[in-house]
Every structure is written in structure tokens, then in C-alpha cells.
Design a protein around this ligand. Sequence first.
Ligand code: XMP
Length: 524
Amino acid sequence: MSDKTSAKNSENILIIDFGSQVTQLIARRVRESGVYSEVVPFNKAEEMMKAFDPSGIILSGGPASVMGADTPKAPEAVFSMGVPVLGICYGEQTMVAQLGGKVENADHREFGRAHIEIIDDCPLFEGVWKKGDKGEQVWMSHGDTVFAIPDGFRAVATSDNAPYAAIVDEARRFYAVQFHPEVVHTLRGAELLGNFTHKICGCSGDWTMAAFRETEIAKVREQVGTGRVICGLSGGVDSSVVAVLLHEAIGDQLTCVFVDTGVMRAGEAEEVVTLFQDHYNISLVHVDAADLFLDKLEGVSDPETKRKIIGATFIDVFEAEAKKVGGADFLAQGTLYPDVIESVSFSGGPSVTIKSHHNVGGLPDRMNMDLVEPLRELFKDEVRALGRELGLPESFVGRHPFPGPGLAIRIPGAVTREKVDILQKADLIYLDEIRKAGLYDEIWQAFAVLLPVQTVGVMGDERTYEFVCALRAVTSTDGMTADYYPYEHEFLGRVATRIINSVRGINRVVYDITSKPPGTIEWE
Ligand code: XMP
């Protein structure tokens, strides 16, 4: 990956990761400043630096203490290769320790919002802060603090608990801050990072989605040549963007396969077929495999078993269709950058699998094809930007994520055709009301769940005994953590009334107010 990108992006920033929770945000902010960037774990940095030939280096924060016995360090070459370096939090501390300064345990740790005073001007602050500014809000998260700076450095900002909140050595172009400019609570942090990439590293900031589209198309053409590519379409953003980009690159060498699993949202299949086949004229195989999937799911209640059945059936169907169209040389996938970044782990032990999300992960191995992964270098919101650049309609680009196992994991207990039908109807109404209220884009994901519980109700003069529908809506930035969406009661009441009045089989609606953690977004 690195050699390809370094050839492509003459200007780029390498971010050396020491395990901070927010390292990816640094990459995103740098990219927002129009400069391509990649993240590499500190113990692989040396190798990567040679291939990547960075215009500048950023040392991330991290949970370690530089006073520990075997502490993570930046490769010495970082400080001798003559490019600008910016240390952030732990990155500042290791820079200071490695260059001869002193770091100690502070009496007062600082976590969260803090305020700094600017004691001197410097290129990092240009146009943002000037000498004498006070009370500038930043975000701190540190136990250790720099107490003595290496030769050549001077302090340019202080806070109550960090005498060296920002330091610079302009001759060597080394900069370091104790706070985190990459998080939004550092109100002018993005501008500081922009100063680093543009003014200090000299990057022009011309890495845009328009440029990415062009270079990626050229790369795909080079990789694929005259070969044939097959791409699974799910109706989601990632696979839609992959399909349109590939179609632009290689035209009818691309065949898309859309497998209707029978557990998709109402109208999903029609939307996909209309857009890709009719509008884009992409060669599309539409497989209606609903009966096959629903038969296999009959009587299955365990969530992981449902996922396995759907994953395995998907592979069988996809593979059979690939054979029918005469095979292909490449398989296109919507792998994103967060799946590619190697994480730095200090915890050691294996993590527990809560859910096996990657339900079609077996596809590439089984099909033994080379992969085309044009989104490997992008974050989710960059994929959306690329989708817009490619002219995909907003209804696809701004879509909420939808899980591979679909409605099967939104029907706790056994899945039946009747239940899928009920849930599709309720979900459609719920999303329609969300759109009408103008809330769709504020919400990360919203959907209805059909509970395996029947309750007594009264409609007209009749007693009813029907299912309960739970509504879920969360805000999130990456799906890893989430908060429930705080609807107005009036909105919830409207949705409940409409669902109960028009969906036979549901006589009660409840709203899920669980955040993640401790809950998960899906119910299974
Ligand atoms: P959870 O429920 O784990 O969901 O909080 C986090 C995100 O992942 C999606 N999700 C899945 N996506 N296959 C998928 O492709 C799955 O089996 C699966 N399970 C959860 C979920 O919709 C949310 O966006």
C-alpha cells in the first residue's frame, strides 16, 4: 500500500501511532487540510518512512509513559531526516525525552478541556493565536508533563498544569504540543494542523476527492488491464461507490451482482436495480434468493447462527452467479482504511468477539481471485465525498449503514416471512417520518425491531393480541460507541400511531433508550 501511495501522492504526512484512541482523527484532519496522510504503528515506522518519503511526520499521543522501562520510541531517523515533525501529547513527551529534555509525573493530571496562554508567536500559531492570547480552549489528556526542553527549543504556550503546552525548534522544524489539536474540543486545532501541513511542511493542499477519483481510476485500469471484475452490490454506500468508480474506470468489464436475501428493507432491491441497471447502465445480475435464505433461516433463533447461515448462503449464491457470467479475474470489495490500519495494542490479550460482523469475510479466500479495493485508503466520510464527486444520488450517499444479515438480526428469535413483512412495513413508516421531520442526516442509524413478544391491545371495540415493535435511533461517528437519539415525544407518538394504525400484526410501539456501551446498536 505504502509504495503505491507514495508514488501517487508526492505530498503526504506520515502519522506514527503510539496507540492513542484518537490517532485516526489526526489522519482525518490532515486530509481535510488537503494533504494525504497515513497511519503507521511506531514499531513499523522506520520501514514505512523509507517507502513513503513523507513531507512531514506527526507523532501521535498514546497511553504509555516515557518514564517506563521499555517505552515506545520514535525511530531516530525521524529526527535526522530533515522533515518537519509535530509531536502530540505522548508524541511531545517522547520527542523531548529522545532529544535530551526531561519529562516527569505531573502533580496535577489534566483530562478534558483546558486553557492555554500564548507566550510567543511561531509558525504553528500563524493566523490562529498570537503572543498574549489567553484562555484558548484545548483538550488535554496527560499524566506526565515536560519539565525541561531540549536545546534549541523554546516554549510558546503554557497551561496551569503544563509549563510546556507548546514548544518549537524552528531551525530544525520540530514542533510539539501537550494538547490534542485533532479533537474538536481544541477549538482551533484543525487550523493548527493546517498550518503544520501547509506553512511548515510546505504542502500545497491539493489532495481532493476530484484528484483521488482520477488517480484511483488510473490505478484500477492499470491493475485490471483487460480482465473482468465482479462486484457484490448491497445497496450500501461502500459497494455503491465501488461499483460506480469501477464502471467509470473499466466500463463493461465490470459485472455487479445484487443478491436479494429476502431480509432487506422494503423497496431496497428495486432501488438498487433502478439506479445501477437503468440509470448507470451497469451490467447487473439481480438474484432473488429470498426463498433460499428464508428457508434456511427457518426455526433458527441464535443470532450468530443466523449470521453464519446468511454469510454462507450469500457466498454460495454469489459464487454460483459468478460462474454463470463466465467467471472473473478480480473481485471488487469496499474495504475501508479503518479496516486496513494496524492498531497498536498495549493490552496484549485477545479481544472478545461480541458479534461476527464480517459475515461475508470468507468470500475472497473461497473465490481465489485478486482483489480490487479502490476505497482502501479512505475513511467513511471520504467515501461519501467520493460518492458525491461521482454523482451518486444523495439517497445512496447519505444512507444509514445496513448490516449484511439485514432484518434477520432485527427480528429476535426465529425469522418468518410474515415477521419480515410486518417489520418491513413498520420500518418504512418509521424512516418516512424521520425523513419528513428532517432528522435523517442527524442520525447515524435508525430502524425498527420486531420483538418476539405479543401484548394485548384494543382497537375499535376489538381485543388485539399482536407483536411489539421497538424503534431504535442512534448518533455515532463510527458505530463503535453510540448514544440514543433524543426525539421529541410528539414525534415518537406520531410514528407509533401511524405504525399501529397501518401495520397489521403490531399493536404496541416502544422506544429504545440504550446507549452503546452497554448496549449494542443492533438488538442481536
Ligand atoms: P453493533 O450492533 O455491534 O453494530 O453495535 C455496530 C454497527 O455494525 C453493524 N452490524 C453489522 N454489519 N454484519 C454487518 O455487515 C453484521 O453482522 C452486523 N452486526 C452489526 C450495525 O448495523 C452497526 O452499524
